[in-house]
Design a protein around this ligand. Structure first.
Ligand SMILES: Cc1cc2nc3c(=O)[nH]c(=O)nc-3n(C[C@H](O)[C@H](O)[C@H](O)COP(=O)(O)OP(=O)(O)OC[C@H]3O[C@@H](n4cnc5c(N)ncnc54)[C@H](O)[C@@H]3O)c2cc1C
Length: 486
């Protein structure tokens, strides 16, 4: 999880403006008029603007959401260039009863930063923070301020160039937005060396993050094993081995097409990690030839793009995707893994990404931050299914069934009561808020919220929500509801 990220600038302005009941067409018109008088016109795009659709789709990563997002578009997209524009948009929204959704990198797995899933949903506007992406590094204090609209790769780049010897542990994917990933966690290969947290109560414009030492050279290696080469045994062993490895060595696994792809980051040189791997995990057969030594910055690009060059044009729309997640506390047997490897998957392509916990993840108590998945966890599973959006006759098709059937099969083997999930791998199948009396019902929120945060942390988050946004202005299908007063 991302290094303790201090939320310093939260735009709660507008809380004190009485909000009328939401969603009527006169509210919409008044809202747009308010926006047009308080935000420069070149920073506001309405659906009739020629570049509106391009802007709406610009940071959508999941092809599944392009059609629904463009069919029910926001009233407008505001692209602020400073905090006052964000404040003005929120004030207009609250004054005229129009909700805003905030988008940083647009990678939300359910697209909640730019689309509404509620049937007959009320009108909303999008505040897209892509233009607010500055990174200011203070090498002396080993901290950086990063604006929410920056991509992780921009943060990594500025840290590495302004403060050689320092790094920041967050996600594997450099295109993810800082605003979303730091709100919820940051699963990556340096998290076993650090800790993290999450929340969603307003609009965070900028984050102060604590940087961590990284050596001049790190080592990455990647090895694939087929079932014939012992993939099932190797994954079975990996489950308890990987969380117990030294904190500066992380080995994750991607299971796909009946293969296990082991990917590792060591914060040091090849010469030091090969003997460790050979003694702890001889089944992998790691040799010096498997090592790729590089700088930490090069690694952040290489792990995701397979290339050490950094190129923003690589951020393109992906295929149709569905994701789910689980936490494993007790190792699965060899027989269970064999069934998983052989799980039928005709229509689409499915992956399991297994991220080891342990290390410093377990040194932080489950209730120190909202992210509770700590010492009791061996690893996280991310299920990923992608397909081309077409059924047998070329018609649009819903999610093929690999992911749902495998997730059902996994129930006895993963965490229970509640079956936990990672908030940044958002999954609306596990529950969606309902609104009662104009406010999100706490009971409906518990259904999904206790799975992301644990029962105690979820209740504390709802207490905070009651303090800072009792009227529930900032809400979506999976936002924390205010705790009822009685
Ligand atoms: C291709 C891909 C790779 C990924 N890789 C990783 C990974 O390696 N590790 C990992 O942990 N996760 C990963 N994720 C998941 C990712 O962390 C989450 O989807 C994250 O929430 C995305 O952040 P974003 O800013 O890009 O998304 P957005 O869609 O912009 O936002 C996500 C959510 O956060 C809210 N939000 C956004 N900005 C703000 C803000 N400034 N203030 C308040 N709320 C805000 C949005 O309203 C929305 O609800 C990946 C996702 C994708 C699609």
């Amino acid at each position: 999880m991302a290094s303790i990220a201090l939320v310093l600038t939260v735009c709660f302005l507008g809380f004190f403006v009485p909000a009328p009941s939401l969603a009527s067409s006169s509210n919409d018109t008044d809202f747009l008029r308010c926006i047009s008088t308080s935000v420069p016109s070149q920073l506001v795009q309405a659906p009739n603007s020629p570049s509106f659709k391009q802007l709406l789709v610009s940071s959508i990563r999941n092809a599944k959401f392009v059609a629904p997002a463009t069919a029910s578009p926001p009233l407008c997209i505001v692209t602020p260039t400073n905090a006052s524009h964000v404040q003005a948009a929120v004030r207009c929204g609250r004054r005229h009863g129009v909700r805003v959704r905030v988008r940083s990198g647009g990678h939300d797995y359910e697209g909640l930063s730019y689309r509404s899933v509620y049937p007959n949903s009320e009108a909303f506007a999008v505040i897209d923070l892509a233009k607010l992406h500055a990174v200011r590094v203070d090498p002396r204090k080993a901290t950086a301020w990063v604006d929410s609209g920056a991509a992780l790769g921009e943060l990594y780049y500025h840290v590495a160039t302004a403060a050689p010897g320092l790094g920041f542990p967050a996600g594997v994917c450099s295109t993810v937005g800082v605003g979303g990933i730091l709100s919820g966690g940051g699963m990556g290969l340096m998290m076993r060396n650090r800790g993290g947290g999450g929340g969603n109560f307003g609009i965070v414009l900028s984050w102060k993050v604590r940087l961590v030492p990284v050596p001049p050279t790190v080592t990455f290696f990647k090895l694939a094993k087929t079932m014939d080469q012992g993939a099932v045994n190797a994954v079975t062993k990996w489950q308890t081995l990987a969380p117990a490895l030294p904190d500066d060595l992380s080995v994750r696994v991607i299971v796909e097409n009946r293969r296990a792809n082991f990917e590792a980051l060591y914060l040091g040189r090849c010469n030091a990690v090969v003997p460790t791997m050979r003694s702890r995990f001889p089944e992998l057969g790691v040799t010096h030839a498997d090592c790729k030594e590089m700088s930490w910055l090069q690694f952040t690009a290489y792990i995701y793009f397979g290339d050490t060059t950094i190129n923003r044009s690589m951020t393109t729309l992906g295929p149709f995707i569905k994701n789910k997640s689980d936490y494993v506390q007790k190792a699965l047997t060899n027989e269970t893994w064999e069934k998983i490897f052989l799980w039928p998957n005709d229509a689409a392509s499915g992956q399991l990404v297994l991220e080891p916990h342990g290390g410093r993840m377990g040194h932080i108590a489950a209730n120190d931050t909202p992210f509770p998945h700590r010492s009791s966890v061996l690893y996280n599973i991310q299920y990923v299914e992608h397909w081309n959006g077409k059924g047998p006759g070329g018609d649009p098709t819903p999610t093929p069934n690999w992911i749902g059937s495998l997730y059902d099969f996994m129930a006895p083997f993963v965490s229970k009561n509640p079956r936990a999930a990672y908030v940044n791998y958002r999954d609306l199948d596990i529950g969606m808020n309902t609104v009662v009396g104009g406010v999100t019902s706490y009971e409906s929120g518990k259904v999904w919220g206790e799975r992301y945060f644990g029962p105690a942390n979820f209740r504390r988050l709802a207490e905070v929500k009651r303090k800072v946004d009792a009227g529930d202005y900032f809400r979506n299908e999976q936002s924390v509801p205010p705790l009822p007063s009685n």
